[in-house]
Design a protein around this ligand. Structure first.
Ligand SMILES: O=C(O)CCC(=O)C(=O)O
Ligand SMILES: [Fe+2]
Length: 246
């Protein structure tokens, strides 16, 4: 494969530093402060988006794995989807690793969250791609192992079909006793249906969240990047839920 990573890196830096991206930051800060969520519209330039989409479609065709399981650490909630592991993406995509590694992007995220944002050191959790496509596909309620998820949306079904992000913010994760049903019932459950081409930032370590089930077959494809806080990197992190998945 031709190595486009240097030009991609430069394009990413240029886009994040451009006036349009920078001008959006105050509103994103405000959204994040209020909701622990901020949707960045037109996350990357169109050609970078299309390049990444082509790479992902090729990898999903050849190297994806179908999952249909329940994850104990998040209260036995379902994972029914097709996924690409980090290493498959690292080998087969020029765009996704360049986005993850961009210190310019991390600096922009730091302005939004008002805190230091660090790349996750545990490689399998740095980024993954997930595709929901069959009726009943769902990414059930869970918390992420690290503080922030940045989810870049490549394909999205109509809102009435599901595929929405739903979350309850500010709830603690106790893997021994996750109490998912209780937290969801207590709510409030916030629902968002991000647009194709956007990326949303979620405080996913303390937001109990899910992708709502598809009622009928349709495409939903995303890449989830994980970023860590300074506190995340103190002490040991459990990685049981991702280990259960791969
Ligand atoms: O697909 C989404 O919008 C959320 C994905 C997610 O929560 C995750 O990969 O941990
Ligand atoms: Fe998540």
């Amino acid at each position: 494969m031709r190595d486009f990573s240097a030009p991609v890196r430069e394009t990413v830096e240029h886009h994040v530093l451009a006036d349009e991206f920078q001008a959006a930051i105050p509103a994103l800060r405000q959204s994040y402060q209020q909701d622990d969520f901020a949707e960045i519209p037109s996350f990357m330039p169109d050609d970078v988006f299309r390049g990444a989409l082509g790479e992902l479609e090729g990898l999903f065709d050849g190297e994806s794995r179908r999952r249909d399981t329940r994850i104990e650490q998040s209260g036995g909630t379902p994972r029914r989807f097709t996924t690409l592991a980090r290493d498959v993406i690292a080998r087969g995509s020029t765009v996704i690793p360049a986005v993850f590694e961009s210190s310019t992007l991390r600096a922009a995220l730091e302005e939004i969250v008002d805190e230091k944002v660090l790349p996750v050191p545990y490689e399998p959790e740095q980024y993954i791609a997930t595709r929901l496509h069959e009726a009943g596909d769902v990414h059930g309620w869970h918390w992420d192992d690290y503080t922030w998820a940045l989810v870049w949306i490549f394909k999205m079904p109509d809102e009435d079909n599901g595929g929405s992000l739903e979350y309850v913010k500010d709830v603690p994760w106790d893997p021994e006793n996750p109490r998912v049903e209780e937290f969801v019932a207590a709510g409030p459950v916030i629902r968002r249906h991000p647009t194709v081409g956007s990326a949303y930032l979620l405080k996913a370590g303390t937001a109990l969240h899910r992708v709502s089930p598809l009622s009928y077959a349709a495409e939903r494809m995303m890449v989830c990047f994980s970023f860590a806080s300074v506190a995340d990197l103190d002490g040991d992190r459990g990685h049981e839920s991702i280990q259960a998945l791969f």
